[in-house]
Design a protein around this ligand. Structure first.
Ligand SMILES: Nc1ncnc2c1ncn2[C@@H]1O[C@H](COP(=O)(O)OP(=O)(O)OP(=O)(O)O)[C@@H](O)[C@H]1O
Length: 613
């Protein structure tokens, strides 16, 4: 997520674009090169939202670049349409609509399969442009005669013809593109894009419809590509057929990697390096086609030594310098003021959880069975939890506890049986929907958004509760989401992480990560909270602190907790259910369980005595 400094980046971009025509010629840039860089930069803004912010690497952006370009060029050269800006916008809409349809197919797969589908689709578009649609696209000849824009203001007409004159139009388009892209990445939707990039599984589990958001990013990228494709035709007075080639998509990916993904300006910087090297090496040094050899070396060096690309490297450098300065200032302040070390804030009491009118057990599972081939992980489990109850689940390793939780939260479907939550049959629902209904869990193995800070992590979870599973508030700021700040601050205090709010997850101690894991579930304000081994892997001191914390969280909540630390669990819960070999062995109070012979048999193989002293 980009830091929210109102209008600073927009102002710097505007200044840069105004100053460029006065500075760049002295550095050897021809106006046509600068215009081409801006077109690539605009193309890359959308691609960076898709790749850098959402983590979806597409090799098929040429399909949308070509679609937007050829629709606009066709309207302007063959259909008698004279409004250049109108044609560019129609081309952009056509590309976005195409992106929507292709996204529906391509986003069914993730990772390399998604990338391969996008390659295949782009190849199909290239073929279609050359063959069945060549009457419209001009086939291998492209569409010549694309006009430049002019605007009639009544008293005068402004013409943007070529060179620096056309630059003004393209620069304005780029600037508007930057303003919109910044709005998007700073919006709740932008925050969720970053969450999807970092951990799609958890983004789903806290209640976001990630397919909807991925499709949104895909359509946004297609729209940017379509507009940029149209501008290419305007810039060259000719729409070239090679806009559709794989080279176009590949060049965009490489330019983004060189410039820096997830920065918005990376593709522009990457295009500058690419086109400058191309012009300089090809023309000035007369290297001809061998210039790509040099480019290849530059690319490999950058990817190896500057993994965040050029802009990413500069941002890191800035962070390093300002971090050092901040640390120095803090040290000085400490010396000057000598404030006593503050004790960590006491965990806040749990927010009053609203209970619906429904009066039966909050959760009821009947005959729940899960088979993996011949292996029976859970068998015919009947289980019920009342409102406000604190239930523990114990059982030896492999007893089927985690599988049972996964079925309750609908992460996996039961082979047979039924789950009823607050009187509603939730069997077979999606994990996102179940979380939206008020049932969620914290994971046995941390599932955090590792590239974000503690506060940003909790923001992602709270957004799901406050906005529902899908909402297209692309132009709203996070500050504009009612109740968000309060909910995040409240959860930070609840899991005792207020002082670590702006710390990146990667810098947290293990115990803090475990608390954040619980916080992610809590921030969705669940009515039933499942905790899968919340104490796993903690030091004895961390355990004591976390048990205290869980006790404070438990007030007014309904919770089911799995843990192997029976001393701590028995201290926390009112009733315990014991699972053995996938079945319910017995349920009872902690006292009853401690002295139950069958439980001792299960744990100790018949050596009698209390299992937890
Ligand atoms: N995806 C899967 N495919 C096949 N078998 C599985 C799968 N998930 C779990 N199992 C099996 O189901 C059984 C129950 O596993 P589960 O993880 O639910 O046990 P558990 O009680 O949570 O164990 P632990 O306390 O070690 O976490 C085990 O035998 C496990 O190997």
């Amino acid at each position: 997520m980009l830091k929210q400094r109102p209008f600073l980046i927009e102002t710097l971009t505007a200044i840069g674009l105004i100053v460029a025509p006065f500075v760049l010629p002295h550095l050897g840039f021809a106006p046509n090169t600068v215009n081409r860089i801006l077109v690539w930069g605009l193309f890359g803004l959308g691609f960076d939202i898709l790749f850098g912010f959402t983590g979806l690497l597409s090799f098929g952006q040429s399909a949308f670049y070509g679609t937007g370009g050829f629709v606009a060029a066709y309207l302007l050269t063959r259909a008698g349409f004279s409004n250049v800006l109108g044609a560019l916008i129609i081309g952009m809409i056509a590309a976005a609509a195409t992106g929507y349809l292709i996204g529906l197919i391509a986003l069914r797969r993730t990772g390399i399969y998604f990338a391969m589908i996008t390659v295949a689709i782009a190849e199909v578009f290239f073929f279609v442009e050359f063959n069945p649609l060549s009457d419209f696209t001009g086939g291998e000849n492209g569409l010549p005669g694309v006009p430049t824009p002019s605007f009639n203001l009544g008293f005068t007409t402004i013409h943007f013809t070529n060179g620096w004159s056309l630059y003004q139009f393209i620069a304005l388009c780029y600037f508007i593109g930057v303003v919109i892209a910044l709005k998007i990445v700073r919006s709740p939707v932008g925050a969720i894009f970053s969450a999807i990039r970092d951990n799609p599984l958890r983004a789903t589990a806290v209640g976001h419809n990630i397919h909807g958001y991925k499709l949104t990013a895909f359509v946004i990228a297609a729209a940017y590509a379509g507009f940029a494709g149209g501008l290419l035709g305007v810039l060259q007075a000719f729409m070239p057929p090679d806009a559709f080639t794989f080279d176009t998509s590949g060049q965009l990916v490489m330019q983004t990697a060189i410039g820096g993904r997830g920065t918005l300006f990376g593709p522009l910087v990457g295009a500058t390096v690419w086109l400058f090297l191309q012009d300089f090496l090809q023309s000035a040094l007369g290297l001809g086609a061998a210039w790509k050899l040099v480019l290849g070396v530059v690319f490999v060096l950058l990817v190896c030594f500057l993994r965040g690309g050029i802009v990413g490297g500069l941002v890191d450098l800035y962070g390093l310098v300002s971090g050092k300065r901040a640390r120095k200032a803090a040290e000085t302040e400490e010396v000057e003021v000598e404030t006593p070390l503050q004790a960590p804030p006491a965990p806040m009491q749990a927010k009053e959880v609203e209970h619906p009118a429904y009066s039966g057990p909050i959760l009821k599972a009947t005959g729940l069975t899960k088979r993996y081939g011949g292996l029976v992980a859970n068998s015919d489990i009947d289980f019920s939890v009342d409102q406000g109850e604190l239930r523990g689940i114990i059982g030896p390793n492999g007893a089927g506890k985690s599988t049972f939780f996964k079925m309750l939260t609908c992460e996996i479907a039961p082979t047979s049986g039924q789950i009823v939550f607050e009187g509603r049959d939730i069997t077979g629902l999606k994990v996102t929907d179940v979380c939206q209904l008020g049932l969620t869990k914290s994971y046995q193995v941390n599932q955090l958004f590792t590239g974000l800070t503690v506060r940003q992590n909790l923001t992602i979870a709270a957004l799901a509760e406050l906005r529902g599973k899908f909402r297209l508030d692309l132009f709203r700021t996070l500050a504009g989401v009612k109740g968000l700040t309060e909910q995040v601050e409240h959860t930070l205090a609840l899991v005792n992480l207020t002082r670590r709010a702006d710390t990146p997850v990667s810098e947290l101690a293990y115990g803090e990560k475990r608390r954040l894991e619980i916080g992610l579930a809590l921030a969705t304000s669940p009515r039933l909270l499942l905790l899968d081994e919340p104490l796993a892997g903690m030091s004895p001191r961390e355990r004591i602190e976390t048990v205290k914390l869980l006790k404070s969280i438990a007030r007014g909540r309904t919770m089911i907790i799995i843990d192997h630390d029976m001393d701590s669990l028995f201290e926390l819960v009112e009733r315990v259910t014991v699972l053995q070999e996938g079945r319910v062995l017995v349920s009872g109070t902690p006292e009853e369980i401690k002295t139950n012979a069958a439980v001792q048999e299960a744990y100790l193989g018949g050596v009698h005595g209390e299992i937890a002293a």
